[in-house]
Design a protein around this ligand. Structure first.
Ligand code: ADP
Length: 239
């Protein structure tokens, strides 16, 4: 509807280290989605009884701001938000080396500031970067993107209007190096052939998003290095 090709991603903007106070953070604009992710931890588990002896517990809260959609969304957690918090956590868990941090928790907060379909996928893209920014050892990053069917055609990365008018939506998250799909859901109906086509399309898009994630992380560390160099120079001058 916005003139994109059938396999064209909506424009993406990725920033790592947006929040000073969180241990790790990232901000992702994916089309008209605007999503902030913050990570705290690993830190001591509270309440203590949730702690695991052999690894860290990952907790995830996906939340849509009341002003994120056209109609005011209730700020109270909905069933949808509970479900998305769970599937996002499960999509990230295989990438996190939680065995390094027994008896601790890693908390992931995903705040959707503006929603335009595909927020669970963009939330995963942002949260994986926030985890990396927090210095949490990971096997690899995780990237998310959905494909679907509109007007009888399999298309990539549906916006809200396309999603509402479409016949199916297939959100996917991928760990690109090991080729592991860590999230796969489907809403609507597709033939087996269309399903394969949609899966291939979203996996390929996740790979493209992964490149952008790596670029955003690299940029973050160049900025940190430049700041450290400047501080060192200033110390030398003062000395
Ligand atoms: P995703 O955002 O992962 O695609 P859904 O398919 O459940 O998840 O939602 C599609 C889109 O529908 C959301 O991105 C958002 O734009 C819109 N939406 C979801 N929940 C609400 C709500 N409670 N009020 C208004 N719009 C909503």
């Amino acid at each position: 509807m916005d003139g994109r090709r059938i396999d064209e991603l909506r424009p993406l903007k990725i920033e790592v280290g947006t929040l000073d106070k969180a241990d790790g953070s990232a901000y992702v604009e994916h089309g008209r989605n605007k999503i902030l992710a913050a990570v705290y931890g690993p830190r001591e588990a509270h309440p203590k009884h949730i702690a695991l002896a052999d690894r860290a517990v990952l907790r995830c809260r996906y939340h849509m701001a009341p002003f994120s959609t056209d109609e005011r969304k209730s700020p109270a957690p909905s069933r949808r938000e509970l479900e998305l918090s769970k599937v996002i956590r499960e999509a990230l868990e295989p990438a996190v080396m939680s065995e390094y941090f027994p008896r601790s928790t890693i908390d992931i907060f995903i705040e959707v500031l503006q929603a335009d379909a595909g927020t669970r996928c963009a939330g995963i893209t942002a949260a994986a970067l926030a985890l990396a920014d927090a210095g949490i050892p990971m096997r690899e990053l995780v990237a998310g993107c959905a494909a679907g069917k509109v007007d009888g055609k399999v298309v990539l990365d549906l916006s809200d209007i396309e999603d509402k008018q479409g016949e199916a939506d297939l959100p996917v998250a991928l760990m690109p190096k090991s080729n592991v799909v860590s999230l796969l859901q489907m809403d609507g109906s597709l033939t087996e052939e269309e399903f394969k086509q949609a899966l291939d399309m979203s996996v390929e898009a996740c790979r493209r998003i992964h490149e952008m994630q790596r670029e955003a992380l690299r940029h973050r560390y160049h900025v940190v290095k430049d700041e450290a160099d400047k501080e060192e120079e200033a110390t030398e001058v003062n000395a």
